[in-house]
Design a protein around this ligand. Structure first.
Ligand SMILES: Cc1cc2nc3c(=O)[nH]c(=O)nc-3n(C[C@H](O)[C@H](O)[C@H](O)COP(=O)(O)O)c2cc1C
Length: 305
């Protein structure tokens, strides 16, 4: 029997299957090479990169919570120049599209980063993390205000010709208006969701558990919220959606596809099982074969009412 067609295309990036690694949970790729075949997944997304290296927040910066985890890593990364010099050479040898996740703390930083990435052949596309504060304008998070989001996306769009994915923050009341603003500004695909802001308290010490006090909630606990948002956004925009949030196995991933996602990202699951993304891609293919679905594309948005 012929195997199901798992190929998908996101913003012009051709992928062998719809499973990508979520930013910040898969390092720069190389760290996972000894645990899994990096050529078994659809695309690899880097840790969030900034113009300058970032040391991140003080510890403790990770805590387990029921059905998930809270992290306040603080977007620690080597910075774009060290990424190009030290991390990219390894990725050149991997036959899987590499998507660079980028973030800035001002409009200008986003623009400069996007321009810097534009010239790098090995980079298949950019994913813009807009869940960051604009430190120059009172710390408002770009991704919680449609106008601020529009400005970032327009600037990045002008600064690079690379395929442009915008990653939405779930910490908003109206995810659809954020999605529309980003698409109007030039996003060719949307990925959602980033983490939900939360906190944990230690009763005995009467202190917050995280040094940063608040952190981003991820894992199975956020899956119902993520599914709902993917479903809402998929109905409202024409660009492809990448579903993210608590995907631990192939069943979870296929639920996102039914809700309207064309592809998915695996995050927290890689902390528990480093080869989770590879296993999920294989599991999805097996499910399609067992259920006689010839192509994954047939399932996209196929939720029955
Ligand atoms: C430790 C950690 C670090 C993360 N770092 C980033 C990051 O640098 N940029 C980004 O856009 N998202 C980052 N995220 C968010 C994930 O990419 C993903 O959107 C979120 O964790 C939800 O997916 P999951 O439930 O499968 O983990 C991070 C998440 C975790 C747990």
């Amino acid at each position: 029997m012929t195997r199901p067609d798992m190929t998908v295309e996101i913003a012009g990036i051709k992928m062998r299957n719809p499973v990508m690694t979520a930013s910040g949970t898969f390092g720069y790729g190389e760290e996972f090479a000894e645990y899994m075949d990096l050529e078994s997944i659809g695309a690899l997304i880097t840790k969030g990169l900034s113009l300058k290296p970032k040391a991140g927040n003080n510890t403790p910066r990770i805590v387990e919570t029921p059905g998930g985890m809270l992290n306040a890593i603080g977007l620690q990364n080597v910075g774009i120049e060290a990424f190009i010099a030290k991390k990219l050479p390894f990725l050149r040898g991997v036959n899987t599209p590499v998507i660079v996740n980028l973030y800035g703390n001002s409009l200008e930083e986003y623009g400069e980063l996007a321009a810097r990435i534009d010239g790098i052949n090995e980079v298949a596309g950019v994913e813009v993390n807009i869940s960051c504060p604009n430190v120059k304008q009172g710390g408002i998070v770009f991704g919680t205000d449609p106008d601020a989001a529009r400005q970032v996306v327009e600037l990045v769009r002008r600064s690079t010709t690379k395929p442009l994915i915008v990653k939405l923050s779930p910490n908003v009341t109206d995810i659809v208006s954020m999605a529309k603003a980003c698409v109007d500004a030039g996003a060719e695909a949307l990925s959602l969701i980033n983490t939900l802001t939360g906190m944990a308290i230690d009763l005995n010490s009467r202190r917050p558990v995280l040094a940063n006090i608040t952190g981003g909630l991820s894992g199975p606990a956020i899956k119902p919220v993520a599914l709902r948002m993917v479903w809402q956004v998929a109905k409202a925009v024409k660009v492809p959606i990448i579903g993210i949030g608590g995907i631990m196995n192939a069943t979870d991933a296929l639920e996102f596809i039914l809700a309207g996602a064309t592809a998915v990202q695996v995050g927290t699951a890689s902390f528990l099982t480093p080869a989770a993304s590879q296993n999920i891609a294989r599991g999805m293919e097996n499910w399609l074969a067992e259920n006689r679905v010839g192509s994954l594309k047939e399932l996209v948005g196929g939720l029955k009412s």
